[in-house]
Design a protein around this ligand. Sequence first.
Ligand SMILES: *Cc1c(COP(=O)(O)O)cnc(C)c1O
Length: 354
Amino acid sequence: MEFLSYNNHVLSLGLKQKSLWPLAEKYTSPVYIYDLDFLADRAQKLQKAFAARKGLLSPLQVFYAMKANSNIEVLKTLKNQGCGADVVSAGEILRAKEAGIDGAQMVYSGVGKTVRELTLALENKVDQINIESLPELLRIIDIVKQRPQLGPAQVALRINPDISIETHPYITTGLKENKFGMEISLIPELVQVLKDNLPSVTLVGLSLHLGSQMLELSSFDDALLKMKAIYLDLQKSFSTLQRFDFGGGLGIFYDRSDLALEESLLQDYAKIVEKHFADMPVQLQTEPGRWLVGHAGVLLTQVQYIKKTPHKTFAIVDTGMHHLMRPSLYQSEHRILPLKTTASSLQAEYDAKE
Ligand SMILES: *Cc1c(COP(=O)(O)O)cnc(C)c1O
């Protein structure tokens, strides 16, 4: 299961091994290329891995975290695979709609939701607003009280379980010092506010997102244990609470072209969810981003100059960090591969640092 491979010395992408060379000739460099068949396959793999867990009573709902890549064709492809969208702004709500995803297939996350954005979300009947703070909940209640026809707002509480995952510190979100979600000790107060404002807001779910690029799942396991107890406890007060959103964050292997390890990680991931939620009448939801799209695209760039200094030799390309931010944002690794590996091509070691 190689998704990047060489055929006759030319790099090809996707499970059908589509050659990238004709595209490099056709389009002006730099250009992003996506393999939409591969993307569709990823969505199916995720859904199938959970469908295979017989202890889970209903199919997993997938909300693509569109901050990972909001290209319209990417969105349409995932929509056709039955995915909804995890949105974090008015712009993302509108973009998702443009791709044919309507509010009923959206969950709305993010710590900084403005009045305008929340109003837009409610006007579009966004299915679930994942509440990140008490002031946000009060803001939603306020909006619905002023315009009752927008209610009831369907909300989920995003709880911060104070659990660390093994990833880069810039992309953890589930620790008490992170700005995301609400601390467990705030729950009694949230419950009171929800009860006092029942016609305006309905508690439909509990949500979690631990961070990104998880390649080790023991913290996820610990977090689900904590969250399940909270879920069952909250259900005693709210019969409308039927959903558990375990967030995104499943990692991918950037240094490999084969998917075998990811396949087994995915199986483990589904097994952990099954372990905690087996035989429970709960609607499970997930918000993957990176896992769906990370391998489905490449950025083609052309070397413009070989620049030699007394210290180093640089290959200067016609792209930059604005086209591929991840490596500069948090020192991540990103593979750079030649499009052709023929003997005539310049083979040497170049410096890719700025
Ligand atoms: C970023 C984010 C995701 C997706 O994370 P990935 O690591 O790309 O799967 C999901 N939910 C929320 C709330 C996020 O901020």
